[in-house]
Design a protein around this ligand. Structure first.
Ligand code: NIG
Ligand code: FE
Length: 412
């Protein structure tokens, strides 16, 4: 199967060499090619160039992209799209004055989702999750990370991870799975967090390892959830079982979780709405990607991750959705990119780098995804006719996507 896209108004994120991460002031640079073409064979980008030197290729299908912009599909490195039901009642409770914390303390929040999930069959859970996955693909997502964490028992966590595995096999897009066993302390373990961590470390992690159900290990390192000590125990056990850390940290409180993540060579540290100078220092000279989740800040009305502080310190930054029923019931990466520009003062170039190549890095797949590069996977977005790529963040809430191509195939 060969597919040619011609007359592209502007082709974004074109990399002659296979760059796998973009940091600091380099994030302001988004290499582009105007009046371009891209040639795809099977699932791979094999050639691109200017229409001025266009060789006459003999291909099976051609898309004329006159007036349109082409860019790599979004790489969403942090989601919880496998969940059951929703938490719209808590949304209304918050409008009426309760805080996220107060709802959680009353047994709502993650515990509420866990109860629903425990009472949902694997097949039902798969069906709900597949629908969400297909919806976000239509919004331009071409690679995604999905976490467990709404099980809170060994059995229910394994159910979630088996669903993630089925999605990995069933879906055309790249899926990475994360064990978030330590997401909240279940009611039965209230006041005895370390006993629950024992279960995660001694039962859950080995069981997940036995079935090869996850790539990454995650912990919600936060006051009221898991302390530094708890987090360290989980990360250590995860690493011993071949899982790479990717952690939730600094959403509400900064108390050293970032440095702990760096110590365990975390691939990413995510949230960072609260960020100290010490956290920034810890990230320097590390290979850990900071990840911001602006839709979560928007939905919960909490501070935005200080992108300028991170990027201006020479660090990289990735953007992801955090799609989940409690803090971010949206998997729209277009909204994330817009919100990063509007609320976090990222330039369009920085935001697009953060949502493509750096997002791919935060999933360990940036050698294959996240840029237009010969030999990389043909996962692309073709926009509608737009004046410039600035319109992607500018026209927030608009759907400017005309077509999505995944593995060289147009998404129906
Ligand atoms: O990333 N912060 C922890 N976990 C999720 C939300 C969990 C929930 O409320 O269901 C997050 O925001
Ligand atoms: Fe999350």
């Amino acid at each position: 199967m060969s597919l040619l896209i011609t007359n592209i108004k502007e082709l974004l994120q074109v990399r002659e060499s296979n760059v796998t991460i973009v940091k600091g002031s380099d994030m302001k640079i988004l290499p582009t090619l105007k009046n371009a073409y891209v040639l795809i064979e099977h699932d791979t980008i094999v050639e691109y160039g200017s229409m001025d030197n266009f060789p006459d290729y003999d291909v099976e299908e051609t898309i004329d992209a006159t007036g349109k912009i082409v860019l790599p599909a979004w790489c969403d490195s942090h989601t919880h799209i496998v969940y059951a039901g929703d938490r719209s009642q808590e949304f209304v409770d918050r409008i009426n004055g309760l805080s996220y914390e107060e709802i959680a303390n009353r047994g709502g929040g993650i515990l509420n989702s866990a109860q629903t999930l425990q009472n949902t069959s694997e097949d039902e859970l798969y069906g709900e999750s597949l629908k969400r996955l297909n919806d976000v693909i239509k919004l331009g997502t071409g690679a995604i990370e999905i976490k467990s964490g709404y099980g809170l028992t060994v059995e229910a966590e394994l159910k979630m991870l088996r669903v993630i595995k089925r999605l990995t096999k069933q879906s055309n897009i790249k899926v990475k799975g994360t064990l978030l066993g330590a997401h909240a302390v279940p009611k039965e373990f209230k006041g005895n967090t370390s006993a629950f961590v024992d279960v995660v470390v001694n039962e859950l992690i080995p069981a997940v390892n036995k079935e090869h159900l996850a790539d990454y290990i995650d912990v919600f390192c936060e006051k009221g959830y898991f302390s530094l000590e708890d987090t360290e125990r989980v990360l250590k056990a995860g690493v011993e079982h071949g899982l790479v850390p990717k952690i939730h940290v600094n959403q509400f409180n900064a108390f050293g979780g970032v440095a702990l993540g760096v110590k365990y060579e975390a691939l990413s540290v995510d949230h960072l709405e609260e960020l100290t100078d010490e956290d920034v220092e810890a990230l320097k000279n590390s290979d850990t990607m900071p990840v911001a989740l602006p839709s979560c800040s928007y939905f919960l009305s909490i501070p935005y991750t200080p992108a300028r502080k991170i990027i201006d310190a020479g660090l990289p930054l990735a953007l992801a959705t955090d799609y989940n029923p409690g803090s971010t019931p949206s998997g729209n990466m277009n909204f994330v990119v817009s919100t990063a520009c509007i609320k976090m003062k990222m330039t369009p170039e920085e935001a697009i780098n953060a949502a493509t190549i750096n997002g791919a890095y935060a999933m360990g797949i940036s050698n294959q995804y996240g840029s237009v590069c010969r030999g990389k996977k043909a996962n692309l977005i073709i926009t509608k006719e737009i004046a410039s790529y600035y319109n992607l963040p500018y026209a927030f809430g608009d759907n400017l996507i005309d077509k999505v191509i995944i593995n060289g195939q147009i998404v129906p």
